[in-house]
Design a binder for this molecule. Structure first.
Ligand code: PGA
Length: 251
């Protein structure tokens, strides 16, 4: 049984005060949602304050990024995975398409960040997904296959229980245009097949989330698909009420 994951990616929104207020508002609204692993990902500066307020709750904390280097050092502006863990996170998101697009993160960087997250004892949410142009050219599957091969190189079957894949078609992020449940299912099944080719049995256990304009009114259709194990939610996770509405959906 794959426990579904619902993760809220707050991107570069909210001050420390706003982050704490949203987390506190969310806590009672999702207190009974034990059918999901519930995760929120505030900005770095708010992680510790939010972690302190979430202690004892069923909401887990993720960073939106971490350094590729495994240990501390002279890397101005970077935050190590071990530091993210120290601030109270259990999860880290790596390879989000905004990081790939605006900060030129390659599959190789994503792979190093994945390894750094694992070494720090974090659950790593690795994002993959094609652009509209790539989909229109018919290369969506090969793009995703290459991202998986590059970003997850060197992993063994025993690492997989700490890896979560998020399939986020770039054309669906923040655009209001969701992949249809069937389009998403097709790619999720493909992602599982790619894992099966490399790591056989472990592929059944890996959780694959969908991301891209997930909202309270489309979560049900997505979650009905056999290979969709949850969602990475951007815009609709910024308000406690709308995120809770998604979280409180039951299969
Ligand atoms: P969105 O963002 O839900 O606003 O489309 C998803 C994401 O970027 O993780």
């Amino acid at each position: 049984m794959r426990k579904p994951v619902i993760a809220g990616n707050w991107k570069m929104y909210k001050t420390v005060g706003e982050s704490v207020a949203t987390a506190l508002a969310l806590k009672p609204l999702v207190a009974n949602a034990n059918h999901w692993e519930v995760v929120i990902a505030p900005v770095f500066t708010a992680l510790k304050s939010v972690a302190d307020r979430l202690e004892g709750s069923n909401i887990k904390l993720a960073a939106q990024n971490c350094a590729a280097e495994k240990t501390e050092g002279a890397f101005t502006g970077e935050v190590a995975a071990s530091m993210v863990r120290d601030a109270g996170c259990s999860h880290v998101i790596v390879g989000h398409s905004e990081r790939r697009q605006y900060f030129f993160e390659s599959d190789q960087i994503v792979s190093r960040k994945t390894q750094a997250g694992l070494a720090a004892g974090l659950m790593v949410i690795v994002c993959v997904g094609e652009t509209l142009e790539q989909r229109d050219q018919g290369s969506a599957e090969s793009v995703v296959r290459n991202q998986l091969a590059g970003g997850l190189s060197g992993l063994t079957a025993s690492d997989l229980d700490r890896i979560i894949v998020a399939y986020e078609p770039v054309w669906a992020i923040g655009t209001g245009r969701t992949a249809t449940p069937e389009q998403a299912q097709e790619m999720h099944a493909f992602i599982r097949r790619v894992f099966a080719e490399r790591l056989s049995a472990a592929a059944d256990a890996i959780r694959v989330l969908y991301g891209g304009s997930v909202k309270p009114d489309n979560i049900a259709g997505l979650m009905k698909q056999p290979d969709i194990d949850g969602a990475l939610v951007g815009g609709a996770s910024l308000k406690a009420e709308s995120f809770a509405e998604i979280v409180n959906y039951k299969k």
